[in-house]
Structure formats: structure tokens, C-alpha cells
Design a protein around this ligand. Structure first.
Ligand code: HEC
Ligand code: HEC
Length: 346
């Protein structure tokens, strides 16, 4: 809190607070210590309310007066112990950030072993673990549902995570990479490249033909040669490219919709360029926020939703398994060379 206060504002707050507290005390004292001299009767104040309601100038009852003093005392003690008086941290050293950090530390200590247990299990196995899925689902509802939906079925611009159609891939390592680093597949705006409004409409018909949807065959045929522009990312057959997150256009699963309007909008304006523009979206990186243990659980949860793909096994390099002859100029040690004697007694 001291970060926000310059010395001037610190003292400004301190002085106003202390002076007002003292002033309240003095006012209270001055107003309540006057006692009527023995034998005099309390006088009526001049005020009359509601026709006949009048007021004596009695001093405050003692219990009430002391409540006021106690309030002042409480305020002074509070400001001595807790932060509040300008930049003073308070005697107890308490701060909301400190309390938060302590709670996070406590939670890490409490849940660390649980997470560690889960982290040791590989994702396809973990995806079948009911307890891990329950934790994964709670994390998903907290961190992912606002975009992918509480059932993970997605929405316009936000992929469905329940199906077997993947932009980037559904194997464990790819899901972990997606969550950790985020994704922003970029479909460039290609209106000009393919002949403006008409070109985009024709291309939309061609894309619909790829997906086996009803389409205008003449318009599709007119656009077919121009698909070379698209093939760089979506592939010559339109089946997509996971390296780029370019969707498969032949499977009738749509991120942004299958109508001629939606498809030609995509072609003219591009998608995924800037998530702040309407119709654009990106997957934010979660690595720093969530850390590897939570990402592991979330990946297992997503993996188990129905579309998980088997892990990609690195192809073994043939050179490392085949016995190789040492290069001619490397001298192998003579078999007679003395080797250190093994330690005795073991
Ligand atoms: C701000 C919205 C947003 C949030 C929050 C978000 N995502 Fe995403 N996610 C997206 C978008 C948009 C994409 C598609 C990115 C693209 O098209 O390049 C995506 C893509 C993905 C993919 C890749 C799907 C595929 O087909 O390859 C996975 C997996 C995923 N998200 C999981 C998650 C999980 C798990 C969380 C919670 C930790 C999460 N997302 C949080 C918006 C979001
Ligand atoms: C530079 C690579 C690239 C090129 C070139 C490209 N696209 Fe795309 N396209 C993408 C990516 C990446 C996405 C996904 C965007 C996202 O995830 O937000 C996409 C999305 C789409 C979509 C939306 C699919 C859906 O499921 O809703 C359509 C339709 C599409 N492209 C058609 C085309 C056509 C037609 C062309 C050629 C005129 C083309 N693209 C050229 C990369 C490309």
C-alpha cells in the first residue's frame, strides 16, 4: 500500500485522521462533563418538534458516553495494529496480499501431494481416473468454461473439445502445448486475392462442396482453380493442417459456421487475427497462470472428453539401434589395458 502513497499523501491522511479523532474526543469530553449545579432544574431547550415534543439539556447518559469513548479507543487500536493510517503497515504486519500469499502457500502445501500424485500418471491413464476428472472439471469450469462452455462443446469461434475434430491435435503432448502456450490460428483476409465479394461467394460454394453440403455447382467450379491460394494452409484436398491450426474444411464441423455468409465473411475478413475485433478469437496461454500440475489435470480432463488421440511416439532413429562400426581413425583401447579394480566388500 505504501507504493501508492507519496510522503505528502501519507502525512495528509495521518494528520487528518489523528486530528479528527482527537477532536471527536475533545468535543465529547467538553459536551458531557458539564453537570448541573446541585439544586438547579434542567432547562428546556427552545426547540419544539411535532407540536409538543421538547428537549431538556441533560448530559448524555454515562453508558452512552462511554460507548463513544470505546469507539474512539477501538479506532486507535485498530489503526495501531492494522494498516489504515496513511502508509503505516500496522504493528501486526498484516496485509491482504500477505494473507493471500499465505493462503496460496497453504493450498499448495495441502494440495501439492495430491497434484504430485496426479502429475506422475500419464494423461491417457489419468483421463480414466474419476477423482482426477472431478478436479479437472472444477478447474475447467473456473478457467475454460467462459470460452468453451461448461460442457466444453464450444461455440462460434471457440472449438468444441468433445469431438474428434482437432485444429492442433488431440494427443496428450499437443493438448498440453495448446494449454501452456495458447493458440492463435490466423486465417488471413483474402477477399482481394480471390476477386472480392463475388469471388468470396463462389469460394464459399466451393468450400461447401468440399464438405458435402448443398452448393451451387457452377459457382463452385468457378472458384476451384483459386483454391490453390487456400491449399498452402488448408491442404490441396482441404483437409487442413494441424501445424497451422488450419481447420479441415471437408468434415462439416465448423468453427465459424457453414452458411455462405459465414464462410464468405471468413474469406473476406480473415479470422483469429485480433481477438479484440468482433468475430475473432484466440486461445490464451495458461502456462504461467496455472502451472504444470493443473495443466496436466486439465489436459487429462480434455483428453477424456471423447476426442483423445493416442500419444505420438517418437520414431526411433535407426542409426541408434543399428550397430555402427567405429570410424577408422578412432583407436579402441587395447583389451589388455588395466581397468581399475572394483572396490572390495561390495
Ligand atoms: C478467452 C477464451 C478461451 C479460454 C479462456 C480458453 N480457451 Fe481454449 N481456445 C480458445 C480459442 C478461440 C481456441 C481456438 C484457437 C485457434 O483457433 O487458433 C481454443 C483452442 C483450444 C484447444 C485446441 C482445440 C483443437 O481443436 O486443437 C484446446 C485443447 C483448448 N482450447 C482447451 C482449453 C482449456 C483446457 C482451457 C482452460 C484452461 C481453455 N481452452 C481456455 C479460447 C479459449
Ligand atoms: C495462411 C494460412 C491460411 C490460408 C492461406 C487460408 N486459410 Fe482458411 N484458415 C486458416 C486458419 C488458421 C483458420 C482457423 C482460424 C481460427 O482458428 O480462428 C482458417 C479458417 C478457415 C475457415 C473457417 C472454418 C470453420 O471451421 O469455420 C474457412 C471456411 C477457411 N479458412 C477457408 C479458407 C479459404 C477458402 C481459403 C482460400 C481463399 C483460406 N481459408 C486460406 C488458415 C488459412
Amino acid at each position: 500500500m505504501t507504493d501508492h502513497l507519496t510522503a505528502f499523501w501519507h502525512w495528509y491522511v495521518v494528520i487528518i485522521t489523528i486530528v479528527s479523532m482527537i477532536a471527536c474526543g475533545v468535543l465529547l469530553w467538553a459536551q458531557t462533563t458539564k453537570r448541573l449545579p446541585a439544586g438547579t432544574k434542567p432547562e428546556l431547550h427552545g426547540n419544539v418538534w411535532d407540536e409538543d415534543l421538547t428537549e431538556y439539556n441533560h448530559p448524555l447518559p454515562n453508558w452512552w458516553r462511554w460507548l463513544f469513548y470505546l469507539t474512539l479507543l477501538f479506532g486507535a487500536l485498530y489503526l495501531a495494529i492494522y494498516p489504515g493510517l496513511g502508509g503505516f503497515a500496522g504493528q501486526a504486519g498484516w496485509s491482504s496480499a500477505g494473507q493471500y500469499n499465505a493462503e496460496v502457500k497453504q493450498a499448495d502445501a495441502d494440495f501439492g501431494p495430491v497434484f504430485a500424485k496426479f502429475s506422475a500418471v500419464d494423461i491417457p491413464t489419468l483421463a480414466k481416473d474419476a477423482q482426477a476428472n472431478a478436479v479437472g472439471q472444477r478447474l475447467f469450469l473456473n478457467y475454460c468454461a467462459q470460452c468453451h462452455g461448461s460442457d466444453a462443446a464450444g461455440g462460434k469461434g471457440f472449438p468444441n473439445l468433445r469431438d474428434k475434430d482437432w485444429l492442433y491435435g488431440g494427443d496428450p503432448a499437443t493438448i498440453v502445448a495448446t494449454l501452456t502456450n495458447g493458440r492463435n490460428g490466423v486465417m488471413p483476409a483474402l477477399g482481394d486475392a480471390i476477386g472480392g465479394e463475388t469471388g468470396a461467394k463462389e469460394m464459399a460454394q466451393y468450400v461447401r462442396s468440399l464438405a458435402g453440403l448443398q452448393h451451387d455447382a457452377n459457382m463452385a467450379a468457378a472458384a476451384a482453380p483459386k483454391f490453390a491460394i487456400c491449399a498452402a494452409c488448408h491442404g490441396a484436398d482441404g483437409k487442413g493442417n494441424r501445424q497451422l491450426g488450419a481447420p479441415n474444411l471437408t468434415d462439416d464441423i465448423w468453427l465459424y459456421g457453414s452458411s455462405v455468409e459465414d464462410i464468405s465473411y471468413t474469406i473476406k475478413n480473415g479470422r483469429g487475427v485480433n481477438q479484440l475485433v468482433e468475430g475473432q478469437s484466440a486461445m490464451p496461454a495458461q502456462g504461467e497462470k496455472l502451472g504444470p500440475a493443473k495443466i496436466h489435470l486439465l489436459a487429462a480432463y480434455v483428453y477424456g472428453l471423447g476426442g483423445g488421440e493416442p500419444p505420438i511416439v517418437e520414431k526411433a532413429e535407426p542409426a541408434s539401434t543399428a550397430p555402427t562400426a567405429p570410424p577408422a581413425d578412432v583407436k579402441t583401447p587395447a583389451p589388455s589395458a588395466p581397468s581399475p579394480a572394483p572396490p572390495k566388500g561390495k
